[in-house]
Write a protein that binds this ligand. Structure first.
Ligand code: SF4
Length: 415
């Protein structure tokens, strides 16, 4: 590889590591065209380029880090004296194919700073996809960023060639955005999301009538939000996520714990640790909203607008709503079963299925391999409570804490 390209690759792959929205799940598209290369498989792709280990499957790069904007939290902002580099679309396409042929990667995650203008940047992103698809006949997975402020036409034609698109919402509120990313407007961020959502639905509908209609971003759209750079609480963050899921059919909302790499008056001090546990709790809550029928407002109270860092969100929901528990295993609906701490989708489905044959006992739950370590404090089986302690939130918290200590001790024993 020529030194110049290698140098650009070093700069632009490093600059891309702060973007976390690069999972390749959600697309299972076989390539049936003779003479073309690459499949987009729903299973994980097993190679990695990123140095921080966050993305394990795709060549993850920026087209350029030469940005005209000045987002305070970003290394690539115009006022930050950092090394700049810009790939040409031809270079990115060529690099992707070379890496693909050497089996380093199976797809591409392509983002970009805003160079010259949103349209100029989006046009170059489009050009990369066009070259990959039509010059190199590469039909592997490609996730591309939509640049806010770019024309509908450019977003539209890029989406026809991409597997997934994402437009970053960046920060949880309008106020935070105007404080830290004053050149970005909420409307400009939401407009391409609405367009992408519209095009996805349109092509799905068309496909019902004309089976050879090409799909627009078949892997759906996602977005990313930085957390911990502003004082916004978790309730605000999850309310916004819920809105994004409801309004734009987001496949995923990703949370990125802010890593303080820049000293600025409105940002956490450089010495502040990135809020990784908070990020983890937000993902747990997000999971509850997507698969367990929870609404974001159920996870908070008036006085507690942040997720608890000691106990997971489902556990906290149960402890705050003891009047809804214990739940009788033999009578509960599927949705109610999913609210029991420690009980997952598989166990809930198994319970529903098995109790059609006979009333379940505590033993039969065990035999079905239902994990009852936490669930036992929140259920009755044939009317009997098996928690062995008073049905009291503080007592349950103590017991769960003890379980955690035991777990840690046994890990040390193993070592
Ligand atoms: S537009 Fe993107 S790359 Fe440019 S400064 Fe803002 S966050 Fe960074």
């Amino acid at each position: 590889m020529d030194d110049n390209i290698f140098e650009k690759l070093k700069i632009l792959s490093d600059a891309a590591k702060y973007d976390v929205s690069c999972v390749s799940s959600g697309v299972d598209r076989k390539n049936n065209t003779v003479g073309s290369i690459g499949n987009a498989a729903a299973c994980g792709i097993c190679h990695t380029w990123s140095a921080d280990g966050r993305c394990i499957s795709l060549l993850k790069i920026l087209l350029t880090n030469d940005c005209i904007y000045d987002c305070k939290y970003c290394m690539n902002r115009v006022t930050n004296p950092t090394n700049r580099a810009t790939f040409t679309p031809e270079e990115v396409a060529e690099l992707t194919i070379q890496f693909y042929r050497r089996n380093y990667i199976e797809g591409l995650f392509l983002s970009s700073a805003v160079e010259k203008s949103p349209d100029y940047t989006m046009e170059n992103l489009y050009r990369v996809l066009y070259l990959l698809r039509y010059k190199y006949n590469f039909w592997g997975y490609v996730h591309v960023k939509g640049i806010p402020g770019a024309s509908n036409d450019l977003i539209q034609k890029t989406g026809m060639l991409a597997d997934r698109m994402s437009v970053n919402i960046e920060l949880p509120t309008r106020e935070s955005l105007s404080l830290l990313a004053p050149q970005k407007k909420v409307e400009n961020l939401l407009k391409p999301m609405a367009l992408i959502n519209h095009e996805i639905s349109r092509t799905i509908d068309d496909k019902k009538h004309f089976s050879n209609t090409p799909r627009f971003v078949p892997g759906g759209q996602s977005t990313q939000m930085i957390i911990g750079a502003t004082p916004d609480n978790d309730k605000t963050i999850l309310n916004l996520s819920q809105n994004l899921y409801d309004r734009f059919n987001m496949k995923r909302v990703f949370f990125s714990a802010y890593i303080p790499v820049i000293s600025a008056p409105n940002l956490p001090a450089i010495s502040t640790m990135p809020p990784m546990l908070r990020e983890h709790r937000l993902y747990q809550a997000d999971w509850l909203m997507r698969f367990y029928y929870f609404k974001s407002e159920e996870l908070f109270t008036e006085t507690e607008p942040n997720l608890d860092l000691e106990f997971d969100p489902k556990m906290m929901f149960a402890l705050r709503n003891m009047d809804k528990f214990p739940i009788e295993i033999n009578k509960a609906s599927y949705e109610e079963l999913l609210r029991i701490p420690g009980l997952g989708v598989t166990s809930a489905q198994r319970i529903i299925r098995e109790r059609k044959n006979a009333e379940l006992s505590y033993d039969s739950l065990r035999k079905m391999r239902t994990v009852l370590k936490r669930a036992k404090y929140f259920i009755t089986v044939k009317g009997k409570y098996y928690g062995n302690i008073n049905f009291d939130p503080d007592r349950i918290k103590d017991e769960v804490r003890q379980q955690e200590i035991q777990k840690q001790i046994s890990i040390f024993d193993l070592v």
